[in-house]
Design a protein. Structure first.
Length: 107
């Protein structure tokens, strides 16, 4: 049945719908080799793609944005080669980070 006198003005609670939309990136692909976890991420908020790398052995982690003209799959397969060209900031945590920044362990 059609109600001509009723006009649809959108969802009753639009703010609740916006909050339900995840702001976190969506994982498109993932791989682990020798305790190095590489993830291909799509950020729906602005549409860009990035590759996140975390080395469990050393505690190092970094994220590379995929630039214009770069193929996301290539960056995903060869993140260290692309990281060398991007001069990314590497974050570290754990005992390996202490060694890397010169903190001596208590003996």
């Amino acid at each position: 049945m059609v109600y001509p006198h009723i006009q649809y003005l959108g969802p009753a609670y639009p703010d609740h719908l916006r909050e339900a939309t995840p702001a976190s990136p969506r994982e498109l692909d993932s791989r682990v080799n020798d305790r190095i976890h590489v993830r291909l991420l799509w950020h729906s908020a602005d549409g860009h793609v990035s590759v996140a790398v975390h080395d469990s052995k050393t505690g190092e982690a970094f994220e590379l944005p995929v630039g214009e003209g770069e193929r996301p799959r290539d960056v995903f397969l060869h993140p260290y080669a692309y990281a060398a060209g991007h001069r990314t900031a590497v974050t570290q945590s754990g005992p390996a980070a202490d060694v890397a920044i010169g903190v001596r362990a208590a003996v």
